[in-house]
Design a protein around this ligand. Structure first.
Ligand SMILES: *Cc1c(COP(=O)(O)O)cnc(C)c1O
Length: 492
């Protein structure tokens, strides 16, 4: 991976030529000696070496860069665990309406009733979808939702004078954020093993449950793309030991309108609006990770919640409820990523209950259709019917001299974004594929053909796979170094 980046257009950042410009600024009409009084000294510079370029050059520069990117608006993005579904443009249209886009968070309740109504109804929809009683929209991401949930779990046990509960159980198939969130709240994380069918090993769970367990954090369906058929029994066992059940709801795309974590025995869950509810993501945000809870946890939800009251006395019907003495406090400035909430609300309203049911139906159907085509060519460690995603293993190809990383890079040559690789950790050479419901059969077939071709190449011409990608603007990048030591400004 230390191979040098192959840059197609080396002069792309060197467009500046003395004297070129794209605007005319009039001469300064503030007398020189008065400038210092108007502007702070550090802002006064004789020499400001900005690039000298024309408007057309700037436009072409950025459009050219944008075309080097892959995006869900360009093609299939089967990044398992991330639910990179198509983002309907009507969501963007509604979020751009001035009544939503231009409001200020300090407006009094009476002046932003529409926005508060939207948030109130979104809280209610998410409760309905999750089988929960109350909901906060504040957290900005799934991981922050987990932190919020675990802070509430701690508050719940403290109130019951059960603060000696210091352990959070996390299955070994969990997303890495789960143990991290529990640890951030001060819990000791104990791993629960999976059984041969990819579910929680009930004997291992029983052996680890005791009076010190505060909660179990469990992803439903799990990160192997499998629904744990013992989930109700798992929840019962945890409750019997006095613990709570946290459901990681990042995979709700498989369950919308079909099953509710609340009905399965879960006490608290987060949603990823930027996954399940089609709000844009990638590149780090903005996201939204609302948290919904059963009634016993509701007093601890972050403050304020959006509430409704009888408005017959002339007061605003929707209001921000700060009167929450047991709340864990705020977890974010203001009320969450409001523009994202508008998009998710629009998505839910435009689909309706039936539409949401067909989302999960088609997400699961698409994943199983793709899996049926690929399972002959790649190993399938847990050979069960999958939910909205599945995890293959590239160990057969590894024995042929081609690693999963090579397969992922080769997929780029065929014009697709690669699946998630090397996650979940319990699968050797993992390839985690999530096609989502927004792809056509033709696209799924084209992706299956790609994966089958690469499996053949791994046998017939492995060096072609090992040296991929061949057609992209850059070759193999040192991704770890880019993340650890980012160079974010022009070094010239
Ligand atoms: C994406 C994901 C998370 C974390 O969500 P972010 O919004 O990225 O913080 C947690 N758990 C699972 C299973 C996920 O897929």
């Amino acid at each position: 991976m230390s191979e040098e980046a192959r840059v197609v257009e080396p002069t792309i950042f060197e467009l500046s030529r003395p004297g070129r410009t794209s605007q005319a600024v009039g001469a300064c009409d503030v007398p020189e000696k008065e400038l210092a009084a108007v502007l702070p000294g550090v802002a006064l510079r004789q020499d400001l070496p900005l690039p000298e370029v024309t408007e057309a050059e700037v436009t072409r520069h950025f459009v050219r860069l944008s075309r080097l990117n892959y995006a869900v608006d360009l093609g299939l993005y089967p990044l398992g665990s991330c639910t990179m579904k198509y983002n309907p443009k009507v969501n963007e249209e509604v979020a751009s309406w001035a009544g939503f886009a231009s409001i200020h968070p300090y407006l009094p309740d009476a002046a932003c009733q529409g926005a508060l109504q939207l948030m109130y109804e979104l809280q209610r929809y998410l409760c309905e979808i999750g089988g929960m009683d109350a909901c906060t929209l504040q957290p900005s991401a799934g991981a922050q939702g987990e932190l919020t949930g675990m802070l509430m779990v701690r508050a719940y046990h403290r109130e019951r004078e059960e603060d000696h509960r210091r352990i959070v159980l996390v299955p070994d198939s969990a997303h890495g954020t789960n143990p991290a969130s529990a640890a951030m709240v001060g819990y000791r994380v104990v791993t629960v093993l999976s059984d041969v069918s990819g579910g929680v090993d009930l004997d291992d769970l029983r052996g680890k449950l005791n009076g010190e367990v505060a909660a179990l954090m469990i992803t439903i369906p799990n990160t192997l793309g499998l629904f744990d058929e013992n989930i109700c029994e798992i929840a019962r066992l945890v409750h019997e030991a006095g613990g709570l059940v946290y459901a990681d709801g990042a995979n709700m795309n498989a369950m919308l309108g079909r099953a509710k974590p609340g009905d399965l025995g879960c006490d608290v869950m987060h949603f990823n609006l930027h996954k399940t509810f089609s709000t844009p993501h990638g590149g780090g945000g903005p996201g939204a990770g609302p948290v919904a809870v059963k009634a016993p946890l509701a007093p601890y939800l972050p403050s304020p919640l959006i509430a409704r009251r009888d408005a017959s006395d002339g007061q605003a019907a929707y209001y921000r409820d700060f009167d929450r003495p047991q709340s864990i406090g705020r977890v974010r400035s203001f009320y969450g990523n409001f523009g994202i909430l508008v998009r998710a609300y629009t998505y839910i309203r435009s689909l309706g209950a039936e539409g949401l049911r067909s989302v999960s139906e088609n997400a699961v159907l698409n994943a199983n259709y793709l899996l049926a085509q690929l399972r002959g060519a790649y190993d399938l460690p847990y050979a069960r019917r999958c939910m909205h995603e599945f995890v293959l293993s590239g160990r057969r190809q590894k024995s042929q001299g081609v690693r999963t990383l090579d397969i992922a890079k080769r997929i780029i040559d065929y014009g697709f974004y690669p699946p998630t690789i090397y996650f979940p950790l319990i699968v050797e050479e993992a390839l985690m594929v999530e096609p989502t419901e927004t792809e056509s059969k033709a696209t799924l077939d084209a992706f299956a053909d790609t994966m089958l071709s690469i499996a053949r190449e791994a046998v017939d011409e492995p060096e072609v796979v090992r040296e991929a990608p061949h057609n992209s603007p850059v070759g193999r990048l040192d991704e770890v170094r880019a993340a650890r030591h980012p160079v974010l400004r022009d070094q010239g």
